[in-house]
Ligand binder design. Structure first.
Ligand code: CP
Length: 305
């Protein structure tokens, strides 16, 4: 099997550090990288909607001098005629050098990686994982906080289906001295497997609470998430839970002056637009950092320095 990125745990701490350093070098010296992927093609196979992930992957490949092909939805591909992910990937790996795939089914990119002749990057699989969002988040944390240790990290909102939360918890739990505060309604709590297999196994400190107001003064990072309508089976439950947390300037009065506010986006109501002007808000930085870290990842998986 060729090297792919399906789960953030496939990367060692040293490999994450290398990707961060590479992204920093790309930011500082973009011209050095402008032709690195000449003659190479990235395929973006998106079976689920996306703005940031797909377009930042495509911008990343163009800025490396490469080209892009792909589809934006299952209905515009032969998946709509019943073609399997395995067959699609087998075909596309004859047309492209690397593939970024988003799929609503958990595990679909792993199945693809087992059949593909070229590297597969998981661009989000259902409510499971989103490793490249985690790399974008980590580049942002590195640039704002200077490192990954001794941080109290609040995760707020839909922690059950929030794949970005699952991947980031996995990654940040590997660094010394971090503590997690999981803030959610009972129906959207962090899955048990994250608590037992990730946090308890590593002896990482965490607490669960419903109250954003009570926990906000302790946090170094507040990672807000959207309640995801597309993951609910029941419209009434979605409507009841969607506005549980709305971050506004009033709530931020009790937060640390250097706490950073993150969100993978898209947001709906969970962060008021008035917060966008707060110097602690860095969710739009995350979107730009996503492009640079994906450039670094494409280079790594293609074996280009
Ligand atoms: N953060 C993120 O995955 O956004 P998109 O769904 O727009 O790609």
């Amino acid at each position: 099997m060729v090297e792919s990125l399906i789960d953030i745990n496939q990367l060692t701490v040293e490999e994450i550090d290398e990707l961060i350093k590479k992204a920093e070098d790309i930011i500082a010296n973009p011209e050095k990288y402008a032709h690195k992927c000449e003659g190479k093609k990235l395929a973006t196979l998106f079976y689920e909607p996306s703005t940031r992930t797909r377009l930042s992957f495509e911008a990343a490949m163009y800025e490396l001098g490469g080209n892009v092909l792909g589809f934006q939805s299952a209905k515009n591909s032969s998946a709509s005629k019943g073609e399997s992910v395995s067959d699609t990937v087998r075909v596309v790996s004859g047309y492209a050098d690397i593939i970024a795939m988003r799929h609503p089914k958990e595990g679909a990119p792993l199945v693809a990686a087992m059949k593909s002749l070229v590297p597969i990057i998981n661009a989000g699989d259902g409510g499971h994982n989103h490793p490249t969002q985690t790399l974008a988040d980590m580049l942002t944390i590195y640039r704002k906080k200077g490192g990954f240790e001794n941080l109290t990290i609040g995760m707020c909102g839909d922690l059950k289906f929030g794949r970005t939360v699952h991947s980031l918890t996995n990654a940040m739990s590997r660094y010394e001295g971090n503590k997690f505060v999981f803030i959610s309604p009972d129906e959207l709590k962090i899955p048990d497997y994250i608590k037992t297999d990730v946090l308890d196994r590593k002896g990482v400190e965490y607490e669960e609470t419903r109250s954003l107001e009570e926990s906000i003064p302790d946090l170094d990072i507040l990672y807000m998430t959207r309640v995801q309508q597309e993951r609910f089976f029941n419209e009434a439950d979605y409507l009841r839970l969607r506005d549980t947390y709305i971050l506004n300037e009033q709530k931020l009065k009790n937060a640390k002056k250097d706490m950073i506010i993150m969100h993978p986006l898209p947001r709906v109501n969970e962060i008021s637009v008035e917060v966008d002007d707060d110097p602690r808000a860095c969710y739009f930085d995350q979107t730009l950092n996503g492009k640079y870290i994906r450039m670094a990842l494409i280079l790594k998986l293609l074996g280009i320095n």
